[in-house]
Design a protein around this ligand. Structure first.
Ligand code: SF4
Length: 486
Protein backbone atom coordinates (compact mmCIF):
# COMPACT_ATOMS: atom_id res chain seq x y z
CA UNK A 1 0.00 0.00 0.00
CA UNK A 2 1.61 3.30 -1.00
CA UNK A 3 0.48 6.84 -0.29
CA UNK A 4 -0.82 8.86 -3.26
CA UNK A 5 0.73 12.29 -2.66
CA UNK A 6 -2.02 13.99 -4.69
CA UNK A 7 -4.90 12.44 -2.68
CA UNK A 8 -6.70 14.61 -0.08
CA UNK A 9 -4.75 15.10 3.16
CA UNK A 10 -6.97 12.86 5.32
CA UNK A 11 -6.77 10.04 2.82
CA UNK A 12 -2.96 10.29 2.66
CA UNK A 13 -2.68 10.14 6.45
CA UNK A 14 -5.16 7.29 6.69
CA UNK A 15 -3.28 5.23 4.09
CA UNK A 16 0.04 5.87 5.86
CA UNK A 17 -1.35 4.91 9.26
CA UNK A 18 -2.63 1.60 7.93
CA UNK A 19 0.67 0.69 6.26
CA UNK A 20 2.45 -1.67 8.68
CA UNK A 21 5.61 -1.91 6.57
CA UNK A 22 5.92 1.86 6.44
CA UNK A 23 5.78 2.07 10.25
CA UNK A 24 8.52 -0.57 10.59
CA UNK A 25 10.77 1.20 8.06
CA UNK A 26 10.22 4.63 9.66
CA UNK A 27 10.77 3.37 13.18
CA UNK A 28 14.04 1.63 12.26
CA UNK A 29 15.52 4.59 10.40
CA UNK A 30 14.35 7.57 12.46
CA UNK A 31 15.32 5.92 15.76
CA UNK A 32 18.82 5.25 14.43
CA UNK A 33 19.26 8.78 13.05
CA UNK A 34 17.94 10.38 16.24
CA UNK A 35 20.47 8.52 18.35
CA UNK A 36 23.34 9.29 15.95
CA UNK A 37 22.50 13.00 16.04
CA UNK A 38 22.27 13.09 19.83
CA UNK A 39 25.64 11.29 20.19
CA UNK A 40 27.35 13.58 17.65
CA UNK A 41 26.09 16.73 19.37
CA UNK A 42 26.97 15.40 22.84
CA UNK A 43 30.55 14.77 21.68
CA UNK A 44 31.10 18.54 21.32
CA UNK A 45 29.55 21.63 22.83
CA UNK A 46 26.43 21.17 20.67
CA UNK A 47 24.58 24.06 22.26
CA UNK A 48 27.38 26.46 21.39
CA UNK A 49 27.46 25.24 17.80
CA UNK A 50 23.70 25.73 17.49
CA UNK A 51 23.96 29.27 18.85
CA UNK A 52 26.79 30.13 16.44
CA UNK A 53 24.96 28.74 13.40
CA UNK A 54 21.78 30.60 14.31
CA UNK A 55 23.71 33.84 14.67
CA UNK A 56 25.32 33.35 11.27
CA UNK A 57 22.05 32.44 9.53
CA UNK A 58 20.32 35.46 11.13
CA UNK A 59 23.08 37.63 9.67
CA UNK A 60 22.45 36.09 6.23
CA UNK A 61 18.74 36.89 6.43
CA UNK A 62 19.37 40.47 7.50
CA UNK A 63 21.86 41.01 4.66
CA UNK A 64 20.32 38.81 1.97
CA UNK A 65 20.26 41.29 -0.95
CA UNK A 66 23.90 42.36 -0.41
CA UNK A 67 25.15 38.80 0.02
CA UNK A 68 23.30 37.64 -3.10
CA UNK A 69 24.91 40.44 -5.10
CA UNK A 70 28.34 39.50 -3.75
CA UNK A 71 27.73 35.86 -4.64
CA UNK A 72 26.60 36.77 -8.15
CA UNK A 73 29.57 39.03 -8.85
CA UNK A 74 32.09 36.47 -7.54
CA UNK A 75 30.51 33.62 -9.47
CA UNK A 76 30.54 35.73 -12.64
CA UNK A 77 34.17 36.71 -12.05
CA UNK A 78 34.96 33.00 -11.75
CA UNK A 79 33.42 32.36 -15.19
CA UNK A 80 30.02 31.02 -14.11
CA UNK A 81 26.70 32.08 -15.66
CA UNK A 82 24.21 33.29 -13.03
CA UNK A 83 20.46 33.15 -13.71
CA UNK A 84 17.65 34.57 -11.55
CA UNK A 85 14.30 32.76 -11.40
CA UNK A 86 11.24 34.32 -9.77
CA UNK A 87 9.47 30.97 -9.51
CA UNK A 88 9.74 27.28 -10.29
CA UNK A 89 8.39 27.60 -13.82
CA UNK A 90 11.03 30.16 -14.71
CA UNK A 91 13.77 28.00 -13.16
CA UNK A 92 12.59 24.99 -15.20
CA UNK A 93 12.52 27.11 -18.37
CA UNK A 94 16.04 28.43 -17.78
CA UNK A 95 17.43 24.93 -17.20
CA UNK A 96 15.63 23.51 -20.21
CA UNK A 97 16.96 26.33 -22.43
CA UNK A 98 20.52 25.68 -21.25
CA UNK A 99 20.08 21.95 -21.95
CA UNK A 100 18.63 22.58 -25.42
CA UNK A 101 21.35 25.04 -26.39
CA UNK A 102 24.00 22.55 -25.32
CA UNK A 103 22.21 19.77 -27.25
CA UNK A 104 21.90 17.61 -24.13
CA UNK A 105 20.60 14.05 -24.47
CA UNK A 106 21.22 12.78 -20.96
CA UNK A 107 21.46 14.46 -17.53
CA UNK A 108 22.85 12.97 -14.33
CA UNK A 109 21.61 14.48 -11.08
CA UNK A 110 22.84 14.66 -7.52
CA UNK A 111 20.15 14.76 -4.81
CA UNK A 112 18.42 18.13 -4.89
CA UNK A 113 15.26 19.01 -2.97
CA UNK A 114 15.07 22.32 -4.86
CA UNK A 115 14.82 20.46 -8.19
CA UNK A 116 12.11 18.24 -6.63
CA UNK A 117 10.30 21.41 -5.54
CA UNK A 118 10.05 22.53 -9.18
CA UNK A 119 9.44 19.04 -10.66
CA UNK A 120 12.49 19.43 -12.90
CA UNK A 121 12.82 15.75 -13.85
CA UNK A 122 9.37 15.68 -15.44
CA UNK A 123 10.06 18.88 -17.41
CA UNK A 124 13.35 17.56 -18.84
CA UNK A 125 11.94 14.12 -19.58
CA UNK A 126 8.99 15.64 -21.43
CA UNK A 127 11.49 17.47 -23.60
CA UNK A 128 13.11 14.12 -24.48
CA UNK A 129 16.10 14.38 -22.13
CA UNK A 130 16.93 11.26 -20.13
CA UNK A 131 17.40 12.06 -16.43
CA UNK A 132 19.27 9.71 -14.09
CA UNK A 133 19.31 10.22 -10.33
CA UNK A 134 22.72 9.24 -8.95
CA UNK A 135 22.28 9.41 -5.18
CA UNK A 136 21.57 5.76 -4.26
CA UNK A 137 18.36 6.56 -2.36
CA UNK A 138 17.13 8.85 -5.16
CA UNK A 139 18.08 6.20 -7.76
CA UNK A 140 15.97 3.60 -5.91
CA UNK A 141 12.89 5.81 -5.74
CA UNK A 142 13.36 6.81 -9.37
CA UNK A 143 13.27 3.11 -10.23
CA UNK A 144 10.19 2.72 -8.01
CA UNK A 145 8.62 5.83 -9.64
CA UNK A 146 8.03 7.55 -6.30
CA UNK A 147 8.97 10.94 -4.85
CA UNK A 148 11.43 11.22 -1.91
CA UNK A 149 9.94 10.94 1.57
CA UNK A 150 12.67 12.50 3.71
CA UNK A 151 14.97 15.49 3.21
CA UNK A 152 18.19 13.51 3.52
CA UNK A 153 17.02 9.88 3.34
CA UNK A 154 14.68 9.81 0.34
CA UNK A 155 14.00 6.09 0.54
CA UNK A 156 13.42 5.98 4.31
CA UNK A 157 9.91 4.63 3.77
CA UNK A 158 11.17 1.38 2.28
CA UNK A 159 12.50 -1.67 4.09
CA UNK A 160 15.43 -3.59 2.64
CA UNK A 161 12.88 -6.22 1.56
CA UNK A 162 11.00 -3.59 -0.50
CA UNK A 163 14.20 -2.33 -2.13
CA UNK A 164 15.18 -5.87 -3.07
CA UNK A 165 11.87 -6.24 -4.89
CA UNK A 166 12.41 -2.98 -6.79
CA UNK A 167 15.85 -4.20 -7.96
CA UNK A 168 14.44 -7.56 -9.04
CA UNK A 169 11.61 -5.90 -10.96
CA UNK A 170 13.48 -2.99 -12.55
CA UNK A 171 17.05 -4.28 -12.93
CA UNK A 172 16.32 -7.95 -13.34
CA UNK A 173 18.51 -8.70 -10.36
CA UNK A 174 18.34 -12.11 -8.64
CA UNK A 175 16.63 -12.00 -5.20
CA UNK A 176 19.00 -10.82 -2.47
CA UNK A 177 18.84 -9.12 0.92
CA UNK A 178 22.50 -8.12 0.77
CA UNK A 179 22.77 -4.30 0.68
CA UNK A 180 26.33 -4.49 -0.72
CA UNK A 181 25.20 -6.61 -3.66
CA UNK A 182 22.41 -4.16 -4.47
CA UNK A 183 24.70 -1.14 -4.08
CA UNK A 184 27.29 -2.82 -6.32
CA UNK A 185 24.69 -3.38 -9.06
CA UNK A 186 23.57 0.27 -8.89
CA UNK A 187 27.19 1.42 -8.93
CA UNK A 188 27.94 -0.46 -12.16
CA UNK A 189 24.96 1.08 -13.91
CA UNK A 190 25.53 4.61 -12.60
CA UNK A 191 29.20 4.58 -13.57
CA UNK A 192 28.18 4.12 -17.22
CA UNK A 193 25.59 6.90 -16.92
CA UNK A 194 28.18 9.36 -15.54
CA UNK A 195 30.54 8.62 -18.41
CA UNK A 196 27.92 9.17 -21.10
CA UNK A 197 26.00 12.18 -19.67
CA UNK A 198 26.18 15.66 -21.24
CA UNK A 199 24.70 17.55 -18.31
CA UNK A 200 25.17 17.40 -14.54
CA UNK A 201 22.55 18.93 -12.23
CA UNK A 202 22.78 19.39 -8.49
CA UNK A 203 21.26 21.42 -5.73
CA UNK A 204 23.43 23.38 -3.36
CA UNK A 205 23.89 22.77 0.36
CA UNK A 206 25.41 26.22 0.69
CA UNK A 207 27.04 28.82 -1.56
CA UNK A 208 29.93 30.91 -0.25
CA UNK A 209 29.33 34.56 -1.15
CA UNK A 210 32.89 35.85 -0.63
CA UNK A 211 34.43 33.29 -3.04
CA UNK A 212 31.52 32.48 -5.38
CA UNK A 213 31.61 28.77 -4.56
CA UNK A 214 28.83 26.17 -4.74
CA UNK A 215 29.18 23.41 -2.10
CA UNK A 216 27.54 20.00 -2.19
CA UNK A 217 27.69 17.55 0.70
CA UNK A 218 27.46 13.83 -0.14
CA UNK A 219 28.56 10.50 1.22
CA UNK A 220 28.67 8.72 -2.12
CA UNK A 221 30.85 11.00 -4.23
CA UNK A 222 28.13 11.37 -6.83
CA UNK A 223 28.01 15.14 -6.27
CA UNK A 224 31.63 15.38 -7.32
CA UNK A 225 31.04 13.32 -10.48
CA UNK A 226 27.89 15.24 -11.44
CA UNK A 227 29.72 18.55 -11.07
CA UNK A 228 32.93 17.56 -12.85
CA UNK A 229 32.33 14.87 -15.49
CA UNK A 230 29.62 16.15 -17.90
CA UNK A 231 30.51 19.07 -20.16
CA UNK A 232 27.75 21.27 -18.69
CA UNK A 233 26.99 21.66 -14.98
CA UNK A 234 23.95 23.44 -13.49
CA UNK A 235 23.45 24.09 -9.77
CA UNK A 236 19.93 25.14 -8.75
CA UNK A 237 19.47 26.74 -5.34
CA UNK A 238 16.98 28.67 -3.26
CA UNK A 239 18.11 32.25 -2.67
CA UNK A 240 18.48 31.59 1.07
CA UNK A 241 21.12 28.87 0.71
CA UNK A 242 24.17 31.03 1.14
CA UNK A 243 26.79 31.80 3.76
CA UNK A 244 29.00 34.89 3.87
CA UNK A 245 32.49 33.40 4.30
CA UNK A 246 34.53 30.20 4.08
CA UNK A 247 34.61 30.01 7.91
CA UNK A 248 30.81 30.24 7.96
CA UNK A 249 30.62 27.47 5.38
CA UNK A 250 32.54 25.11 7.66
CA UNK A 251 30.42 26.13 10.64
CA UNK A 252 27.26 25.20 8.74
CA UNK A 253 28.94 22.08 7.35
CA UNK A 254 29.67 20.82 10.84
CA UNK A 255 26.13 21.51 12.10
CA UNK A 256 24.64 19.90 9.00
CA UNK A 257 26.68 16.68 9.17
CA UNK A 258 26.24 16.17 12.91
CA UNK A 259 22.50 16.85 12.76
CA UNK A 260 21.76 14.94 9.56
CA UNK A 261 23.70 11.70 9.89
CA UNK A 262 25.60 12.04 13.16
CA UNK A 263 28.92 12.30 11.27
CA UNK A 264 31.72 14.67 12.22
CA UNK A 265 31.96 15.41 8.52
CA UNK A 266 30.58 13.82 5.37
CA UNK A 267 32.68 11.59 3.14
CA UNK A 268 32.72 14.19 0.36
CA UNK A 269 32.39 17.96 0.24
CA UNK A 270 32.45 19.12 -3.40
CA UNK A 271 33.19 22.80 -4.02
CA UNK A 272 32.83 24.35 -7.47
CA UNK A 273 33.87 27.94 -8.10
CA UNK A 274 33.81 28.05 -11.89
CA UNK A 275 34.13 26.10 -15.14
CA UNK A 276 37.23 24.15 -16.10
CA UNK A 277 40.29 26.29 -16.82
CA UNK A 278 42.97 25.56 -19.42
CA UNK A 279 45.29 24.01 -16.82
CA UNK A 280 42.59 21.90 -15.12
CA UNK A 281 42.55 18.12 -15.79
CA UNK A 282 38.74 17.95 -15.62
CA UNK A 283 35.62 19.95 -14.88
CA UNK A 284 32.67 21.31 -16.87
CA UNK A 285 33.13 23.53 -19.90
CA UNK A 286 30.01 25.48 -18.87
CA UNK A 287 28.91 26.22 -15.30
CA UNK A 288 25.49 27.72 -14.56
CA UNK A 289 23.92 28.70 -11.24
CA UNK A 290 20.15 29.23 -11.00
CA UNK A 291 19.12 31.38 -8.03
CA UNK A 292 15.43 30.80 -7.36
CA UNK A 293 12.91 32.67 -5.21
CA UNK A 294 9.65 30.68 -5.62
CA UNK A 295 7.93 32.26 -2.60
CA UNK A 296 10.95 32.76 -0.33
CA UNK A 297 10.89 36.57 -0.38
CA UNK A 298 7.18 36.43 0.36
CA UNK A 299 7.96 34.26 3.40
CA UNK A 300 10.39 36.89 4.59
CA UNK A 301 7.85 39.67 4.05
CA UNK A 302 5.11 37.79 5.93
CA UNK A 303 7.24 37.24 9.03
CA UNK A 304 8.27 33.65 8.33
CA UNK A 305 11.91 34.45 7.53
CA UNK A 306 13.11 32.25 10.40
CA UNK A 307 12.15 29.18 8.36
CA UNK A 308 14.62 30.32 5.68
CA UNK A 309 17.47 29.64 8.11
CA UNK A 310 16.87 25.89 7.63
CA UNK A 311 19.96 23.93 6.55
CA UNK A 312 17.84 20.92 5.45
CA UNK A 313 19.38 18.42 7.86
CA UNK A 314 16.19 16.45 8.51
CA UNK A 315 16.71 16.29 12.30
CA UNK A 316 13.27 17.76 12.99
CA UNK A 317 11.67 15.00 10.90
CA UNK A 318 13.39 12.26 12.90
CA UNK A 319 12.33 13.88 16.19
CA UNK A 320 8.71 14.54 15.22
CA UNK A 321 6.15 12.04 16.64
CA UNK A 322 3.81 12.85 13.73
CA UNK A 323 6.40 12.32 10.97
CA UNK A 324 7.55 9.11 12.66
CA UNK A 325 4.01 7.74 12.35
CA UNK A 326 2.97 8.88 8.88
CA UNK A 327 6.24 9.40 6.94
CA UNK A 328 6.95 11.97 4.25
CA UNK A 329 4.46 11.10 1.49
CA UNK A 330 1.47 11.82 3.75
CA UNK A 331 2.49 15.51 3.73
CA UNK A 332 2.00 15.52 -0.06
CA UNK A 333 4.91 17.93 -0.44
CA UNK A 334 8.59 17.75 -1.37
CA UNK A 335 9.27 19.05 2.14
CA UNK A 336 7.81 16.97 4.95
CA UNK A 337 7.95 16.87 8.74
CA UNK A 338 7.81 20.02 10.87
CA UNK A 339 9.83 22.20 8.47
CA UNK A 340 7.71 20.93 5.55
CA UNK A 341 4.52 21.74 7.47
CA UNK A 342 5.78 25.32 7.88
CA UNK A 343 7.16 26.06 4.41
CA UNK A 344 4.92 24.01 2.09
CA UNK A 345 1.90 26.35 2.45
CA UNK A 346 4.17 29.40 1.99
CA UNK A 347 6.22 28.40 -1.05
CA UNK A 348 4.79 28.49 -4.59
CA UNK A 349 3.91 24.81 -4.70
CA UNK A 350 0.97 22.75 -5.89
CA UNK A 351 0.55 20.68 -2.70
CA UNK A 352 -2.96 19.30 -2.22
CA UNK A 353 -4.48 20.56 1.07
CA UNK A 354 -1.30 22.48 2.00
CA UNK A 355 -3.35 24.52 4.48
CA UNK A 356 -3.88 21.38 6.58
CA UNK A 357 -0.15 20.83 7.15
CA UNK A 358 0.36 23.41 9.95
CA UNK A 359 -2.14 21.30 11.93
CA UNK A 360 -0.07 18.10 11.48
CA UNK A 361 1.79 18.73 14.72
CA UNK A 362 1.33 18.04 18.41
CA UNK A 363 3.43 21.18 19.15
CA UNK A 364 5.53 19.13 21.58
CA UNK A 365 8.67 21.10 20.69
CA UNK A 366 10.90 18.07 19.92
CA UNK A 367 11.63 19.58 16.48
CA UNK A 368 12.87 22.87 17.96
CA UNK A 369 15.12 21.01 20.40
CA UNK A 370 16.66 18.95 17.59
CA UNK A 371 17.15 21.82 15.13
CA UNK A 372 20.79 22.92 14.70
CA UNK A 373 19.57 26.46 13.96
CA UNK A 374 17.11 26.51 16.89
CA UNK A 375 14.28 27.40 14.53
CA UNK A 376 11.13 27.84 16.62
CA UNK A 377 9.02 25.56 14.44
CA UNK A 378 6.09 25.22 16.91
CA UNK A 379 5.74 29.01 17.06
CA UNK A 380 5.80 29.27 13.25
CA UNK A 381 3.13 26.55 13.01
CA UNK A 382 0.96 28.40 15.55
CA UNK A 383 1.43 31.64 13.62
CA UNK A 384 0.22 29.95 10.44
CA UNK A 385 -2.83 28.60 12.26
CA UNK A 386 -3.50 32.09 13.62
CA UNK A 387 -3.18 33.54 10.09
CA UNK A 388 -5.78 31.06 8.86
CA UNK A 389 -8.19 32.14 11.62
CA UNK A 390 -7.53 35.83 10.91
CA UNK A 391 -8.19 35.25 7.20
CA UNK A 392 -11.42 33.35 8.00
CA UNK A 393 -9.85 30.31 6.38
CA UNK A 394 -11.23 27.74 8.87
CA UNK A 395 -14.00 25.15 8.61
CA UNK A 396 -17.50 26.10 9.82
CA UNK A 397 -17.56 23.22 12.31
CA UNK A 398 -14.16 24.24 13.79
CA UNK A 399 -15.38 27.82 14.30
CA UNK A 400 -18.57 26.68 16.05
CA UNK A 401 -16.67 24.18 18.22
CA UNK A 402 -14.15 26.80 19.39
CA UNK A 403 -16.97 29.29 20.06
CA UNK A 404 -18.85 26.69 22.16
CA UNK A 405 -15.63 25.82 24.02
CA UNK A 406 -14.97 29.50 24.80
CA UNK A 407 -18.56 29.98 26.06
CA UNK A 408 -18.28 26.91 28.27
CA UNK A 409 -14.96 27.99 29.77
CA UNK A 410 -16.35 31.43 30.62
CA UNK A 411 -19.20 30.07 32.78
CA UNK A 412 -18.52 27.92 35.91
CA UNK A 413 -22.03 26.43 35.70
CA UNK A 414 -21.71 25.46 32.02
CA UNK A 415 -18.17 24.15 32.66
CA UNK A 416 -19.38 21.88 35.51
CA UNK A 417 -22.31 20.60 33.44
CA UNK A 418 -20.13 19.89 30.39
CA UNK A 419 -17.48 18.16 32.51
CA UNK A 420 -20.10 15.98 34.20
CA UNK A 421 -21.57 15.04 30.81
CA UNK A 422 -18.11 14.26 29.36
CA UNK A 423 -17.17 12.19 32.42
CA UNK A 424 -20.31 10.08 32.35
CA UNK A 425 -20.35 9.68 28.57
CA UNK A 426 -16.67 8.88 28.18
CA UNK A 427 -16.65 6.32 30.98
CA UNK A 428 -19.72 4.65 29.49
CA UNK A 429 -17.99 4.37 26.08
CA UNK A 430 -14.73 3.24 27.69
CA UNK A 431 -16.65 0.50 29.52
CA UNK A 432 -18.06 -0.71 26.21
CA UNK A 433 -14.56 -0.71 24.61
CA UNK A 434 -12.97 -2.39 27.63
CA UNK A 435 -10.30 0.32 28.32
CA UNK A 436 -9.68 3.39 26.21
CA UNK A 437 -12.46 4.63 23.93
CA UNK A 438 -12.07 3.13 20.46
CA UNK A 439 -15.32 4.43 18.99
CA UNK A 440 -17.22 7.72 19.32
CA UNK A 441 -20.22 8.96 17.33
CA UNK A 442 -19.73 11.67 14.67
CA UNK A 443 -18.24 14.26 14.66
CA UNK A 444 -15.96 12.87 17.40
CA UNK A 445 -15.42 9.70 15.33
CA UNK A 446 -12.84 11.73 13.32
CA UNK A 447 -10.60 11.29 16.37
CA UNK A 448 -11.24 7.60 17.10
CA UNK A 449 -10.84 6.60 13.46
CA UNK A 450 -7.09 7.04 13.84
CA UNK A 451 -6.41 6.86 17.60
CA UNK A 452 -7.95 5.86 20.95
CA UNK A 453 -9.30 8.38 23.43
CA UNK A 454 -8.75 7.98 27.19
CA UNK A 455 -11.89 8.39 29.36
CA UNK A 456 -12.15 11.39 31.68
CA UNK A 457 -11.20 10.79 35.34
CA UNK A 458 -14.11 9.29 37.28
CA UNK A 459 -13.89 12.09 39.86
CA UNK A 460 -13.27 15.65 38.71
CA UNK A 461 -10.42 17.70 40.17
CA UNK A 462 -12.94 19.98 41.89
CA UNK A 463 -14.68 17.06 43.56
CA UNK A 464 -11.38 15.53 44.68
CA UNK A 465 -10.35 18.93 46.10
CA UNK A 466 -13.65 19.30 47.95
CA UNK A 467 -13.36 15.81 49.44
CA UNK A 468 -9.81 16.51 50.56
CA UNK A 469 -10.83 19.75 52.25
CA UNK A 470 -13.69 18.02 54.00
CA UNK A 471 -11.39 15.21 55.17
CA UNK A 472 -8.93 17.76 56.58
CA UNK A 473 -11.73 19.60 58.33
CA UNK A 474 -13.00 16.35 59.84
CA UNK A 475 -9.52 15.38 61.09
CA UNK A 476 -9.09 18.91 62.51
CA UNK A 477 -12.42 18.73 64.33
CA UNK A 478 -11.63 15.30 65.74
CA UNK A 479 -8.24 16.61 66.99
CA UNK A 480 -9.94 19.55 68.71
CA UNK A 481 -12.46 17.23 70.36
CA UNK A 482 -9.81 14.85 71.73
CA UNK A 483 -7.84 17.82 73.16
CA UNK A 484 -10.96 19.06 75.00
CA UNK A 485 -11.69 15.57 76.33
CA UNK A 486 -8.06 15.29 77.62
S1 SF4 B 1 14.16 23.03 10.47
FE1 SF4 B 1 16.07 22.68 11.59
S2 SF4 B 1 16.02 20.49 12.08
FE2 SF4 B 1 14.48 20.80 10.47
S3 SF4 B 1 15.57 20.37 8.57
FE3 SF4 B 1 15.73 22.60 8.94
S4 SF4 B 1 17.65 22.87 10.03
FE4 SF4 B 1 17.16 20.70 10.15
Amino acid sequence: MSVDIHAPYKERVDTALHDKHLRIALDRATSRMKTQRADAMAAIDGERLRTQVRKMKSYVLRNLPDLLETLESNLTANGAHVHWAADGEEADRIILDIARQANVQKAVKAKSMTSEEIHLNGVLQQAGIKVVETDLGEYIIQLADEPPSHIIAPVIHKRIEDISQVFQRELDMPPTMDPSAMTGAARQILRREFLSADLGISGCNFAIAETGTICIVTNEGNGRMVSSMPRVYIAVMGIEKLVPTVEDAFLQYQALCRSATGQQCSVYLSMTSGPRRADHPDGPEEFHVVLMDNGRLNMLARGYGEALMCVRCGACLNACPVYREIGGHAYGSTYSGPIGAVISPLLNTDVTDADKLPHASSLCGACRDACPVKIDLPRLLLNERADQVAEGDTAWFDRQAIRAFADTMKSPGRYAAAASFARTGSNLLAGMSGGNITFMPPPFSAWTQSRDFPPFAKKSFRRQWRERQERRKRIGNEGQRSKIED
